[in-house]
Design a protein around this ligand. Structure first.
Ligand SMILES: [Zn+2]
Ligand SMILES: [Zn+2]
Length: 294
């Protein structure tokens, strides 16, 4: 029984997916249900208002769909992917007090109001230092606003770090090939941008301990499979560490922005999660966790 609990539709600024087509894709892939988690990222400086979700109309449409498509074999839940920023906590509290969602993913997409999605973000930045800072900001955000159900893609920033590292390496290789001058020897190899748990152990452990202490779930996000990476966010190593510290609540989501990407990589998940020590994962209904055996 697999449920995809992270996906976007036309209600998100970066997706044009029709909600019923996401449902059809989930059914075709044999899922037992899905949760819509459209973006709400207020104060998104690079693209102002692009991710200001129209909450009343979103809820109205999704509630109609949930009623229509939920039966004994399939369930539709309504959630939200909330972009955490420490100055927005009061607004986020009001939003969740005034509206009923099944599930809230808390995600950090911004680092000091800058967006790691863009190549310019990485100019003059060291990968390891930036990853460390991202984790520190994540800890600060979840401490400031613990009213979410699952922490989304905890090592999200490394998707973009690795992409930038790859393009830097290929530029260096091309420059070396095209230059007639002898190449200097002894230069450190260019970073591969891969994030290693042990470089950030203490802050990552602090995030895990916070989640465990507050009964929050850690999301396993399979979007990296879509980009050709071999591990989900977070990596197997980090999932093992979370389990070792006592973490038992994980949610699973493919972060699809179009129907074809629903449940991408899910075939790998049961074995991967069992290998990390988990025997179940969780879905949320009316903000209440429900355990699903693996
Ligand atoms: Zn996200
Ligand atoms: Zn997402």
């Amino acid at each position: 029984m697999l449920y995809d609990t992270h996906m976007h539709t036309k209600w998100s600024g970066d997706s044009e997916a029709i909600p019923t087509e996401m449902i059809a894709s989930a059914k075709a892939k044999g899922l037992s249900g899905l949760t819509f988690t459209d973006h709400l990222d207020w104060d998104f400086p690079t693209l102002p208002h692009k991710f200001d979700l129209d909450v009343p109309n979103y809820l109205t449409e999704m509630q109609t769909l949930a009623a229509e498509y939920t039966d004994d074999h399939f369930s539709v839940h309504i959630g939200l992917e909330l972009g955490l920023q420490t100055h927005l906590t009061d607004k986020h509290h009001a939003l969740l007090t005034e509206n009923d969602f099944d599930f809230v993913i808390g995600s950090v997409h911004q680092l000091d109001r800058a967006d790691p999605y863009y190549d310019e973000f990485w100019e003059n930045r060291d990968f390891r230092e930036t990853y460390q800072y991202y984790f520190e900001c994540t800890l600060e955000n979840i401490e400031a606003f613990p009213d979410f159900d699952a922490l989304g893609h905890i090592d999200y920033i490394s998707r973009y770090g690795q992409r930038v590292a790859k393009s830097r390496r290929s530029r260096q290789t091309n420059a070396a090939i095209s230059s007639d001058a002898p190449q200097p020897s002894g230069l450190a190899p260019a970073s591969d941008g891969i994030l290693h748990y042990h470089d950030h152990a203490s802050v990552v452990d602090a995030i895990f301990e916070f989640l465990i202490r507050h009964d929050k779930a850690l999301e396993v996000n399979t979007a990296p499979y879509r980009y050709g990476f071999s591990e989900p966010n977070p990596s197997r190593q980090m999932l093992k560490r979370y389990h070792e510290l006592g973490g038992r609540m994980v949610t699973i989501g493919a972060d699809a922005h179009k129907p074809a990407d629903v449940a991408i990589g899910f075939a790998k998940l049961p074995e991967l999660l069992r290998d990390c020590g988990f025997t179940s994962y969780y879905i949320f209904s009316k903000r209440t966790p429900q355990e699903i055996p693996l």
